[in-house]
Design a protein around this ligand. Structure first.
Ligand code: SAM
Length: 313
């Protein structure tokens, strides 16, 4: 049971034990209760924040201030669970590492947001960033063209080769809409511009907390059902090489061996997505980790995997 689930259970049992069966208060929670919980969270004292939250939940569960506190606690708990399970370099360390190691001539990032991951593209890399809701705050040093569009629309309207002035995309990072069908479509579109050396990275494919991995967003920290894209590629594209780096906060999928003229995914997209739509994490026992081709979260280990791929290509 999650820590939050336990809080709720304790709250309900606590009320029952105390004979608190009457109506819950419609009053606002005392501001000092919420403030003390928030300042405990600010200082990393999760245990004290949990006690304050339990009090707020027992008496004022429907109040927006309690709900906000609950959402914040859930966010902290999800990140802590991911941190405990995924030690070592985080996904941004990896993005930096891939850029420095590969020095790609061309880079495509789908899902840019503030430009945090895009900032690791360095000259002379030519980079394209695609996002319908750009809000860049990180300074960028590479040659970059930004497109404020959803990825499907970008690929309908533009030719990557022309924009990049290159025959193929060397490195791509798919981190846009957190649904597997969109991530798959993004992969298919990137593959049209791939060659034997192209590497595609997927974010959000290793869900640590099941609730964060639902298609509909019910948590602040949300990875969506993007993980299904790895299952689809494993099943329908056994010709690809794919593995997962268990990096905080939600893993990084690595895919190589792309073929620009491959048609299977385009042909069967609807039926493949219909099949995957019905799947849940429980369809991959004993746990999703065992289906993601995990490799160590270690730069040397991944370097030798990539070298082997290079020599066998
Ligand atoms: C998690 S953020 C990206 C974070 C960024 N890659 C980083 O690590 O710093 C996801 C972004 O995907 C964008 N997005 C959502 N739907 C998209 C789509 N269809 N095409 C491209 N980007 C999309 C959102 O606007 C959001 O900014």
């Amino acid at each position: 049971m999650s820590v939050l689930g336990k809080i709720l259970k304790d709250v309900i049992q606590g009320r029952a034990k105390a004979g608190a069966t009457g109506p819950l208060s419609s009053e606002l929670p005392p501001p000092e209760l919420i403030e003390s919980a928030n300042s405990s969270l600010d200082s990393g004292d999760v245990a004290s924040a949990e006690i304050a939250l339990a009090q707020a939940m027992s008496r004022y569960p429907e109040q927006p201030a309690t709900q906000q506190l609950f959402a914040r606690m859930e966010f902290v708990q999800c990140l802590a669970a991911a941190e405990a399970k995924l030690p070592g370099p985080n996904y941004l360390d990896w993005l930096k590492w891939f850029q420095q190691r590969l020095k790609p001539a061309s880079y495509v990032e789908i899902g840019v947001e503030s430009g945090q991951s895009l900032q690791y593209a360095q000259a002379p890399t030519r980079a394209i960033g695609i996002d319908p809701a750009l809000r860049i705050v990180h300074s960028q040093t590479a040659w970059i063209k930004l497109f404020q569009l959803p990825s499907d629309e970008f690929f309908q309207r533009h030719d990557l080769r022309q924009i990049l002035g290159a025959d193929a995309v060397d490195l791509a990072f798919i981190d846009g809409l957190h649904t597997f069908d969109q991530a798959l479509k993004d992969f298919m579109n990137v593959e049209r511009y791939a060659d034997a050396g192209t590497i595609v990275l997927f974010h959000d494919i290793f869900p640590v907390t099941a609730k964060t991995a639902e298609r509909e967003r019910v948590t602040t920290f949300w990875v969506g059902d993007t993980w299904k894209v790895m299952m689809i590629l494993k099943k329908y594209r056994p010709d690809l090489t794919l593995f997962t780096i268990p990096t905080h906060p939600s893993g990084l999928g690595v895919v190589t061996g792309l073929k620009p003229n491959e048609q299977l995914l385009w042909r069967d997209f609807e039926s493949i997505c219909a099949e995957a739509m019905a799947q849940t994490l429980d369809d991959f026992p004993p746990q999703i980790d065992d289906h993601l081709n995990l490799v160590p979260n270690d730069f040397n280990a991944v370097a030798s995997l990539l070298d082997r791929r290079h020599h066998s290509a």
